[in-house]
Design a protein around this ligand. Structure first.
Ligand SMILES: [Zn+2]
Length: 139
């Protein structure tokens, strides 16, 4: 790991980037768990959260193969978007990578993998996208 500092990003995202972990928000009032950073709980309207680390593993809840990708990614061809249900019950939409659509199904176990998607040179912020790949059994 490098020592590159990320001065302006909120601390929690620095940690997420540095440690490649999934960050979620837990409502302190009703206990509901959300993916990413939340300001207001849609369930109880509370604005108090604690930030928690979400499970990096889950399974495919549903998926779809995008055969007509947006223009900027045409060269990559079709790709798989899935709703992943994490082990702690959170659901999120993410791209499934490192496999073809024939290799996955509903219920396939997947794990988070972080891919660098861009860098903002002025502020030094590095953007990561959380994607998922099938869990390789027996490794
Ligand atoms: Zn709540």
């Amino acid at each position: 790991m490098s020592n590159m500092s990320v001065p302006k990003a909120p601390r929690i995202w620095q940690l997420a980037e540095r440690r490649y972990r999934l960050v979620g928000s837990k409502c302190l009032k009703c206990g509901r768990l959300f993916v990413g950073l939340r300001k207001v709980c849609p369930q109880c309207k509370s604005t108090e959260f604690e930030y928690v680390e979400l499970s990096r593993r889950g399974k495919i809840y549903s998926y779809t193969v995008i055969r007509a990708p947006p223009m900027e990614r045409e060269k990559y061809g079709p790709y798989i978007m899935a709703i992943v249900e994490l082990d702690d019950g959170c659901r999120l939409t993410a791209e499934i990578v490192d496999c073809s659509s024939e290799e996955i199904d509903i219920g396939t176990e997947v794990e988070a993998t972080f891919r660098k998607i861009g860098e903002e040179s002025e502020s030094g912020i590095i953007y990561y996208a959380c994607k998922f790949r099938p869990v390789v059994k027996g490794v």
